[in-house]
Ligand binder design. Structure first.
Ligand code: FAD
Length: 370
């Protein structure tokens, strides 16, 4: 009999397994249907011996010192500031759009003040900003929207930005200075020896038993446990009773080239006619020195593993109905991006798991004092 069964060995499940065993001294069975721990943040050495991210590039960034302190128990860090270029009209330009993007695109020499004017002349009046298209055209105008956002968003989500909630493109700022960092968080670093090594240290405890290639649906009635933490898709937990929550997936094409470098930065976006959305070259992220280089091409798709909840009002409404079913199950803790149907970054999921642990402690305390 395990004290806890934890479904999913990504950030949500692994942080909770670590907290429960190290702080409460209780036993955990941690299962995952994949062949490895780490969830989507999993990294591994490919056949050439280059460290790659199996499920696309993961860059750690946060403003929460408490989350850095927590993870630093399991890893040292490597300095890395993420910079992304976008391939538009045959040029490689910084994204988020900044002064150098516009000057480079149009062969101009604008100052920041002149760029403000440039945008002001082009932006469209939108009475109520509701969609992803509204956000961009009301900030920088239609031409830049078409070149930088429309094609990328259509590829990524399979629908036009005019059909998507404003949250998608609102995540990408526009700058009139020359700041070309992708993230502005105070802490931006990569785990020195990779994510998988960090996860292995996190779950290395005599009271944590790990079973991989094990699906909850197959063992739910066979393994004895007292309490359950579930980090898989919430609709699947309830046997899709209310219908499927839509997800966007990705197909990854991993390649190794017989040359040392391929592109100037870790990630180059392709918002125009290419079928892929971006190419990642991992050596920029990891600092690995190697005579070859490994890349990943990302092809968005409707089929495959669930990666991105599709941000549309009707999907949120369906999730709310599943959430109500989850609230009627106080014996189960639903944590992580799949169980709460939200796009969360890694630091947010760690924060959510640590907060859940606080609630678990309170609930256990209430039980013992009742
Ligand atoms: P997951 O990592 O998805 O883990 C859930 C685990 O549960 C999975 O391993 C799954 O196999 C398992 N599981 C599900 N159902 C079952 C079942 N029935 N039985 C057994 N096991 C099950 N975040 C950032 O901060 N920075 C980034 O740069 C970044 N880049 C990203 C790039 C991509 C392409 C994607 C998809 C995500 C990115 N993220 C990034 C987000 C990051 O991946 C997540 O925040 C984080 O991995 C979420 O952790 P999780 O534990 O909630 O979910």
């Amino acid at each position: 009999m395990f004290d806890w069964l934890i479904v999913g060995a990504g950030f949500a499940g692994s942080v909770l397994a670590e907290r429960i065993t190290s702080q409460l001294g209780q036993s955990v069975l941690l299962i995952d249907r994949r062949r490895h721990v780490g969830g989507n943040a999993y990294d591994c050495y490919d056949d050439a011996g280059i460290l790659i991210h199996r499920y696309g590039p993961h860059i750690f960034h946060t403003n929460a010192q408490s989350i850095v302190d927590y993870l630093s128990q399991f890893t040292r860090w490597r300095d890395y500031e993420h910079r992304v270029l976008t391939a538009v009209d045959g040029k490689l330009l910084p994204i988020p759009i900044n002064l150098d993007t516009i000057n480079g695109l149009y062969d101009l020499n604008l100052t920041s003040e002149e760029l403000e004017q440039f945008f002001a002349l082009r932006r469209e009046k939108v009475d109520e900003v509701k969609t992803s298209e509204d956000v961009v055209v009301s900030t920088i105008g239609r031409e830049l929207y078409e070149k930088f956002f429309r094609g990328y968003t259509r590829k990524q989500w399979g629908v036009d930005p005019s059909q998507l909630s404003k949250s998608v493109t609102a995540r990408v700022p526009t700058r009139t200075n020359r700041d070309d960092r992708y993230f502005t968080d105070g802490f931006q670093k990569m785990p020195l020896h990779g994510y998988t090594r960090m996860f292995e240290r996190m779950v290395d405890h005599s009271n944590i038993k790990i079973m991989l290639q094990t699906d909850f649906r197959e063992i739910r009635n066979q393994i004895p446990y007292r309490r359950l933490i579930y980090t898989g898709p919430i609709d699947e937990f309830f046997d899709w009773k209310l219908g499927r929550l839509p997800y966007r997936s990705l197909h990854f094409k991993h390649v190794t080239l017989d040359k040392e470098n391929f592109q100037p930065v870790a990630v180059v976006n392709y918002p125009q006619s290419e079928l892929y959305t971006r190419i990642t070259e991992y050596k920029h992220l990891t600092g690995q020195i190697h005579p070859k280089t490994s890349l990943t091409y990302e092809f968005p798709s409707d089929v495959g593993d669930p990666y991105y909840p599709v941000p549309r009002a009707e999907n949120e409404a369906l999730y709310k109905r599943y959430e109500a079913m989850a609230m009627a199950r106080p014996d189960v803790w639903f944590v992580g991006r799949l169980a709460t149907y939200r796009y969360y970054n890694m630091d947010q999921v760690v924060g959510q798991a640590l907060a859940t642990f606080g609630r678990i402690q309170k609930a256990l305390h209430a039980e013992t004092t009742a």
